[in-house]
Design a protein around this ligand. Structure first.
Ligand code: NAD
Length: 312
């Protein structure tokens, strides 16, 4: 009898079919909202595949005594109690790098939109207004400085794209040593957080959510940002003080912000984020494109298959 895999969130269908060729697969993307059904279904399974919403915590591990591996259709592991998995000998496999290009493209796109400030005019131009004097004050991206916080997979890919359009890049990452050859190889200056906040025209966050990064962009940090600069967050919501950011935009201290992630998703009614100028809000889709979905799902299908072949 083939081993059983439960998939509790959306997975690209060709990859589900690929797994079905080898295993007994229960594809139940609604399980993410049906916790008790999920807990019952994982009782005898060796492999579980999740996205970013299924909480893989002690409760789930207790309900799944035969679990050996968790595949994560994405990168951030904040919905998975990695320490508890390690203690139980459950391997966690993220889709490292598979959606990085989509996130990096989101970073560059939103940076250009925010500096140019000219793309929010569709309704007014169609209505016969001609807001040329206001919207003609945008800035070019070339020659500007991108400040990358978190110089990992996505930070480095964003750097490559930024350099290709003429940006200079500085980065802050205390876990990439000053003598790491990556700095010279990529032509990026390693700076402290304070230096980055003061110098960057656009700041982009690519750190995992953990105790040391929670509220990293606090009100005090936002106050240190260069006047007229912009902030992009595709990492995790709790890393930014949203209220302080909205205030800085309303006061005109920052030129724009793009937020793809929030402390609570979906957003509950958030009055502080309403009527904020040059604010781009997207529903956690920076890493989600047709190409990235296919890459992420294929990668996890292959990794889970290889793991079960070896350890099943
Ligand atoms: P990664 O592990 O390759 O890189 C993270 C980097 O952050 C590492 O180099 C690490 O040293 C650094 N870091 C940790 N703490 C830091 C700190 N206090 N200050 C500065 N740097 C610090 O991860 P990645 O693949 O680049 O992904 C980064 C994050 O992006 C993920 O953890 C995830 O939360 C988020 N993400 C979001 C989406 C989306 O759709 N919005 C998609 C993919 C990833």
């Amino acid at each position: 009898m083939a081993q059983r895999i439960v998939i509790s969130e959306f997975m690209d269908l060709p990859a589900v079919e690929q797994l079905r060729g080898r295993f007994d697969v229960l594809y139940a993307p609604d399980f993410v909202k049906q916790r008790s059904e999920l807990l019952a279904a994982v009782k005898d399974i060796p492999a579980l595949i999740v996205r970013n919403l299924t909480q893989v915590n002690q409760e789930l591990l207790d309900a799944a005594p035969k679990l050996k591996v968790v595949g994560r259709l994405g990168v951030g592991l904040d919905n998975i109690d990695v320490a508890a998995c390690e203690k139980r000998g459950v391997k966690v496999i993220p889709a490292s790098g598979a959606n990085a290009l989509s996130v990096a493209e989101y970073t560059i796109t939103t940076a250009m939109i925010m500096l140019r400030t000219a793309y929010h005019s569709t309704a007014s131009v169609a209505a016969g207004e001609w807001p040329k004097p206001v919207l003609g004050r945008g800035r070019e991206i070339a020659g500007k400085t991108l400040g990358v916080i978190g110089y990992g997979f996505i930070g480095r890919l964003s750097t490559r794209l930024a350099q290709a359009i003429g940006m200079q890049v500085i980065a802050c990452d205390p876990y990439v040593a000053a003598d790491d050859p990556i700095w010279k190889a990529t032509g990026v200056r390693r700076v402290s957080l304070d230096e980055l906040l003061a110098a960057a025209d656009v700041i982009t966050l690519h750190v995992p959510l953990q105790d040391s990064t929670r509220n990293l962009m606090s009100a005090a940090a936002i106050a240190k940002m260069k006047k007229g600069s912009a902030l992009i967050n595709t990492s995790r919501g709790s890393i930014i003080d949203e209220k302080a950011l909205a205030a800085a935009l309303k006061e005109g201290r920052l030129c724009g912000a793009a937020l793809d992630v929030f402390e609570h998703e979906p957003l509950a009614d958030s009055p502080h984020l309403k009527d904020v100028p040059n604010l781009i809000l997207t529903p956690h889709v920076a890493g989600i494109t047709a190409e990235a979905n296919a890459r992420v799902s294929t990668m996890i299908a292959q990794e889970i298959t290889a793991f079960l072949d070896q350890h099943g």
